[in-house]
Design a protein around this ligand. Structure first.
Ligand SMILES: *Cc1c(COP(=O)(O)O)cnc(C)c1O
Length: 344
């Protein structure tokens, strides 16, 4: 029996997106499975991606790496983007995780613990993590991969993209024989000069478009549905929900659905949000509350136990995100542990 709110993950769509990205980029895909694969479940996603040939994964945190190692076995390579914080080297080594070294302090930490295989991040303009090119260390033992990250890959017209690419190409020349990884999802679609040796996509694997809007080349992977708990008639002039932000301007049928902000349905889903119900897109009305949201189903044949789709193949993730004033990344990673994940 399905749960009140449920996230369904289509693993064949995930696999199809993996193959699409590999084809567009023309070099191996190293999936980014941080934040539990953007909320979809890193163990299940990584296993499916291994079936497609993925052998190297990226997570953000050591803890995520440890859990992934447990789930996928000893062979695959796992990089930890946070790198090697003070006192962290032993845990990284115990789980055979490779830190992505971001600072001189991380490099000494790793080396003093015995070193070994690791990556190196060059910051080519994002000013987030990694060495400025002029401050980066020379080649050292154990260095297997150099990476940099685009700040504006979702905007092909942004001139910073080419500047970052050129800065990365120049910086990477210092490390012959290492794998150069540059393109995230958006970067893969910027052209062959952005591919280097290995791609590092996240969101496009999970069904988000490379430019923050639906893209026909990317298949929907995640579907969030909620059960209708109650259907009521609301007379003209009455209001719905906390703070009475919605007033019925006609006799209305309102479905109370089992998805609220404690499930990860952000309060900003209203007032612009829509759900797919009984073959139509219908507005979320009033405030999203902790366990429920209200949908105007006037004129539709909707009954208790029916399900509404908050995003999925009928209400595309990027459209849902835009309506909620955010991005697909946040919409997916906001889904809480209260929502069971199901896999098809
Ligand atoms: C999250 C992340 C990615 C994946 O980015 P997408 O835009 O989801 O493809 C790649 N590289 C780094 C360093 C990241 O932090």
């Amino acid at each position: 029996m399905p749960s009140p709110a449920e996230l369904t993950v289509d693993l064949s769509a995930l696999a199809a997106n993996f193959r699409t990205l590999e084809k567009v980029g023309g070099v191996p895909v190293h999936p980014v499975v941080k934040a539990d694969s953007y909320g979809l479940g890193a163990a299940a996603c990584a296993r499916r991606l291994m079936n497609e040939g993925a052998r190297t994964f990226f997570v953000a945190r050591t803890r995520e790496g440890e859990a992934l190692r447990e789930a996928i076995g000893a062979d695959p390579t796992i990089y930890v983007l946070d790198g090697c914080a003070a006192g962290r080297a032993d845990r990284l080594r115990a789980a055979r995780l490779r830190p992505v070294i971001n600072t001189a302090a991380q490099l000494s930490e790793w080396r003093e613990a015995g070193g070994g295989a690791c990556g190196l991040q060059i910051d080519t303009g994002m000013n987030r993590l990694g060495f400025r090119p002029e401050e980066a260390p020379g080649p050292f033992d154990g260095l297997e991969l150099v990476l940099s990250h685009l700040a504006c890959a979702d905007d092909p017209a942004e001139p910073m993209n080419a500047r970052q690419r050129d800065a990365f190409a120049a910086a990477a020349q210092r490390y012959p024989g290492t794998v150069r990884s540059f393109a995230n999802s958006g970067g893969i679609f910027l052209g062959a000069e952005y591919a280097f040796d290995a791609l590092r996509p996240g969101i496009c694997l999970y069904g988000g478009g490379p430019e923050g809007r639906p893209d026909p080349r990317i298949r929907a992977v995640a579907t969030l549905t909620a059960e209708v708990l109650q259907v009521r008639d609301v007379p003209t002039g009455e209001t719905v929900g906390y703070s009475r932000t919605f007033t019925a301007v006609r006799p209305s049928r309102i479905a109370t659905c089992a998805a609220g902000y404690a499930d990860g349905v952000l309060r900003s889903y209203s007032p612009e949000g829509r759900v797919f119900v009984a073959g139509e897109l219908r507005p979320i009305v009033g405030r999203v509350s902790m366990d429920a949201c209200a949908v105007d189903v006037t004129g539709l044949d909707v009954a208790v136990g029916d399900r509404v789709e908050l995003f999925g193949s009928n209400r595309l993730l990027d459209d849902a995100a835009t309506a909620a004033g955010t991005i697909a990344y946040e919409l997916l990673s906001a889904i809480t542990s209260r929502v069971p994940r199901g896999y098809t």
